[in-house]
Design a protein. Structure first.
Length: 425
């Protein structure tokens, strides 16, 4: 046994696992240690935020499987502590989150240092266009394996939503967490400052809570996670980035204090509960300015979130269902019926293109609403003699000189009527 380890000293890694956060890297490393307890494989994990001395010592002792975050990995490569020329398997865990966090350039640098003859594995809860583009660039004829349709939620999760003003959200959360059924809860906020502020309020209400986010030191984050796992901390307030490393059993409640930025993040958040066959509860606190996100979640997940009926003194009326909203909008956008005398469309200069149904108007006349006589269609019946004499006496001279001009400018019906008038005169 000792001889085997001595032979592997300084051995470069053969498998590389990249992940976005330090917490996730630690949990993956611990899983390798637990599952490979009886295997003769060495594991190491490298991430930023801590001193690199112990990490370098582990690398010098020889490593078979290396778990790393992109930033610290490239740092140690530049220092000459890591050689990726013997990598046989590359794993990208939470690939969608790594792209969101801006690791795409670091990932491409790492891929350029790895042999092309390798096995590459992508693990992602959602597959965006960027993920597909990256997969097409570095994979050859990849096989897709889906454990569940994208953007679907677990059946064992009971979901509901409360609509409340932002000023009442904190008090409403305090009430929810004070209920007897809440065991271990995970609360999500959009910002780091919001997480710290919320923890201070909960602690003043004697609710055991701590925050975890990117501004915390790695040692502080590690201590917070350990207390949350051990049950010493009841409520963990986290941001979305830090939550990717939270894989804790027996989380009974997940609360969205701030609505997520997209439906995929919502699925990620509530997936922290109802693990390993257990049931869980997911509660969302939706403000009036977050109704659009709420509707997007319902459309993408193809579910209707039940609305909480209690705590009426802190909630606001729920928005109208999507169907009634669309119907009302459609009704208000109906066009006014056009006049029965003419149909036309307004031009940019304000004029109207006219389609006459009555007698033609001369070029010098201004357009006005046609009378009943003018609105009648011209017929092929000859005019009476009296009408002919009247028109002939008053307009015979003028009409004869304008027959050709009027027949060219007028419509088909107007040209025929003008010619008959001229013959009778």
């Amino acid at each position: 046994m000792k001889g085997r380890r001595k032979d592997r000293q300084g051995r470069p890694p053969r498998a590389l696992v990249l992940c976005p956060t330090r917490e996730l890297a630690t949990q993956i490393f611990e899983s390798f240690v637990a599952y490979g307890r009886n295997l003769h494989l060495r594991h190491a994990v490298v991430f930023g935020g801590v001193n690199q001395r112990k990490q370098v010592q582990a690398l010098r002792a020889g490593v078979d499987i290396l778990v790393a975050t992109p930033g610290r990995l490239l740092d140690l490569i530049n220092q000459g502590h890591i050689d990726l020329s013997h990598i046989e398997t590359l794993v990208l865990d939470e690939a969608d989150r790594m792209l969101d966090m801006g690791f795409i350039h670091d990932i491409r640098k790492v891929i350029g240092m790895i042999p092309e003859d390798r096995q590459t594995l992508f693990f992602s809860a959602t597959v965006s266009r960027e993920i597909r583009a990256l997969a097409d660039a570095i994979l050859q004829n990849p096989v897709t394996v889906e454990t569940a349709p994208e953007s679907t939620t677990a059946e064992l999760i009971t979901q509901r939503v409360y609509f409340a003003d932002r000023a009442n959200k904190t008090v409403l959360l305090e009430r929810i967490l004070s209920e007897d059924s809440v065991g271990r809860a995970l609360v999500f906020t959009r910002t780091k400052h919001g997480a710290d502020k919320l923890v201070k309020h909960l602690q003043r209400s004697d609710i055991s809570s701590e925050a975890i986010h990117g501004d915390k030191t790695q040692n502080a984050r590690t201590r917070t996670m350990k207390r949350f796992k051990n049950g010493k901390t009841q409520v963990l307030v986290a941001t979305d980035i830090a939550s990717r490393g939270i894989d804790v059993d027996e989380i009974t409640h997940v609360v969205n204090f701030d609505m997520p930025i997209d439906p995929e993040t919502y699925v990620h958040r509530i997936g922290r509960t109802a693990r390993a066959g257990a049931s869980g509860i997911a509660i969302s606190l939706c403000g009036s300015e977050e109704v659009g996100i709420y509707r997007a979640i319902e459309r993408r997940t193809n579910i209707t979130l039940p609305i909480g009926e209690d705590h009426e003194d802190l909630t606001i009326p729920a928005p109208k269902p999507r169907g009634s909203f669309k119907k009302k909008q459609h009704k208000g956008s109906r066009k006014k019926p056009q006049s029965k005398h003419f149909a036309g469309s307004k031009h940019s200069n304000g004029s109207t293109k006219k389609k006459h149904r009555g007698k033609p108007q001369s070029s010098g006349e201004s357009f006005s609403k046609p009378s009943k006589k003018r609105s009648r269609k011209p017929t092929d019946k000859p005019l009476s003699k009296s009408a002919g004499k009247h028109r002939g006496s008053s307009e015979s001279g003028k009409f004869k000189g304008r027959v050709k001009k009027s027949s060219l400018r007028g419509s088909k019906g107007s040209s025929r009527t003008t010619q008959k008038l001229t013959r009778r005169s």
